[in-house]
Design a protein around this ligand. Structure first.
Ligand SMILES: C[S@@+](CC[C@H](N)C(=O)[O-])C[C@H]1O[C@@H](n2cnc3c(N)ncnc32)[C@H](O)[C@@H]1O
Length: 295
């Protein structure tokens, strides 16, 4: 498994996002306290916390990027540890969190290695593992990723994975429909290009490997890691376009991806664009010490 091209890509994006050249990461608004979690993240957290909210809980934010949601989670009262394999992302995250006046811990980690003894100090410590939007397409070994998520959870703790739907990942374009990516895992697919989902016109050249994971493979990887499935939802509307330039913002403010002809004056049907998986590490809750320092 090679992550070097992907790491280089993410180092570049982490240094670019939220520095004023994209609307996706509005860091000044975050610092002013104007941003909040989007509805699907809120709904997912509601399920992941059994309706209690994250206040007072320990949350592992896996693949945190520059930490926009890390800050949101901390502001909601969670004790948050952010994990990412990009040193630049974690450096930006620490600076943004400090500017927002929130405390977070950061851990440099390939998320496929989180289940290994190297990260044993974080095992069994978290009520929630939170990973959202643009997570598993970067992962060569989804079984290892799920084992890492399960290892971080306390017994009774829950994984919230809200990610891009594999059907949306398949299309190079949707008008006209051109599919250039598998639905089920078929090893790495290499792509070259430039730009970012946050600013498709940015001068950011990249050479990356992405991985297809079907809904079935994702659910089975969670089960294989010993978790039970609490809920699986597929979504046909999103608060933003995770790929930046495919979806259309409609009058209700939500983005949708419609393909086909439609019928009898109706719009074409919207395709699934995101999914939410909530899975639980079985076991009696609250059996581990809540307050021992980590690390
Ligand atoms: C699309 S971003 C996540 C975005 C996040 N939802 C947000 O909007 O800020 C993907 C993140 O995954 C991280 N990443 C990619 N592959 C990884 C790996 N194998 N291990 C750990 N982090 C990885 C990247 O560094 C990047 O920060």
């Amino acid at each position: 498994m090679s992550t070097s091209g992907n790491l280089e890509h993410w180092e570049l994006l982490a240094g670019f996002h939220g520095t004023g050249s994209d609307d996706y990461y509005d860091v000044p608004a975050l610092i002013r306290g104007e941003m909040s979690l989007r509805p699907l993240e809120v709904a997912g957290l509601d399920t992941a916390t059994r309706g209690s909210g994250v206040d007072g809980l320990r949350v592992a934010h896996v693949q945190s990027h520059i930490g926009i949601d890390t800050v949101h989670l901390a502001r909601l009262g969670a004790t948050v540890t952010a994990f990412d394999f990009s040193p630049v992302a974690l450096e930006r995250l620490r600076a943004i969190a400090a500017a927002c006046g929130v405390e977070v811990d950061t851990v440099l980690a390939d998320s496929q290695a989180l289940g290994s003894t190297h990260f044993a100090a974080w095992h069994g410590r978290f009520d929630v593992v939170y990973a959202t939007i643009g997570v598993i397409c970067w992962i060569a070994d989804l079984d290892a990723w799920m084992q890492g998520a399960a290892a971080l959870l306390k017994p009774g703790g829950r994984l919230l994975l809200l990610d891009v739907h594999p059907l949306y990942c398949m299309g190079e374009s949707f008008t006209p429909l051109v599919l250039d990516f598998p639905y089920v895992n078929d090893g790495p697919r290499h792509f070259e290009g430039s730009g970012s989902y946050a600013n498709p016109d940015a001068d950011l050249p990249w050479s990356i490997e992405e991985y297809a994971w079907s809904i079935g493979e994702t659910v089975n990887a969670a089960i294989g890691a010993g978790m039970t499935i609490v809920r699986l939802d597929e979504h046909v509307a999103s608060a933003s376009d995770p790929r930046g330039d495919c979806m259309t913002r409609e009058p209700d403010g939500l983005f949708r991806l419609r393909a086909g002809r439609g019928g009898a004056g109706a719009l074409p049907e919207p395709l699934p664009v995101l999914f939410t998986l909530v899975a639980e590490r079985p076991g009696p809750r609250g059996t581990l010490s809540e307050d021992e320092p980590v690390g």
